[in-house]
Design a protein around this ligand. Sequence first.
Ligand code: ZN
Length: 290
Amino acid sequence: MIPADLGLPGLFDVHVHFLPPNIQAAVWRQFDEAGPKIGRSWPIRYRGTDEERVEQLRSFGVRRFTALPYAHKPGVADYLNGWAADFADRVPECVRSATFFPEEHVGQYVPAAIAAGVEVFKLHTQVGEFLLDDPILDPAWEAIAASGTPVVIHVGSGPVGNAFTGPEHLRRLLAKHPDVRVIVAHLGAPEFADFLGLAERYEHTHLDTTMVFTDFFVPFPDELVPRLAGLGDKILYGSDFPSLPYEYGHQFDGLARLLGRAPGLDEDWLRKVCWYNAERLFPSPNRSTP
Ligand SMILES: [Zn+2]
């Protein structure tokens, strides 16, 4: 799927979900019903078993990917993280992924997860309805900042905003913990300009491309396109596979269409976005078992 002349080892997709089958089924029911957090018809295209979906990613040329779990209430992060650890043990391309929630013991299980080899965390404030700067999370953020473990955060107000989404939430977190390696999901959609501004201001704040530049999603404003070039070291390819209402390759095509639209949006930029920026953040697969 990726043009061979780009010369990449493959795609590095930093925004992929694999969840325990019962939870995945519940999430897809939300999409099928266009539930209140979805807000529109969203026919999911990739509904196979875990094994089938791993094979699909391989067939698309994806050579490394995350398996981002996220908690919608207290008391489930442990279960999700245990499942995600087993998944990473059996899928060599998987970046070891985990989540956390503002709850008792979060200050213990996050450092333990890092010690056990977790390479990325995922938070979803729209679904979980919590504040990123909830004081109960401070010990977790301190451990994450000290270890440099990246955290993918869905905190933009797309597809449906609530009291826990929007740039001010990340701004408050970064004021307290500026060194946390954040990856803002969906380029912060729809508050693109504010989240681009945070990535420009904070050395360790990044953005992922998930669903942006596709025909399905909130349009990316033309006037912001030149700023994507300046952020060429901080933008990471992400897709949201498997919960896609279109063909997987459509995400890459959307990025390729940006080339030439502003100075610096060239093939080197695309190579960094699709592979090298993520490889720098996730340098070596952390495998506790072969
Ligand atoms: Zn996602």
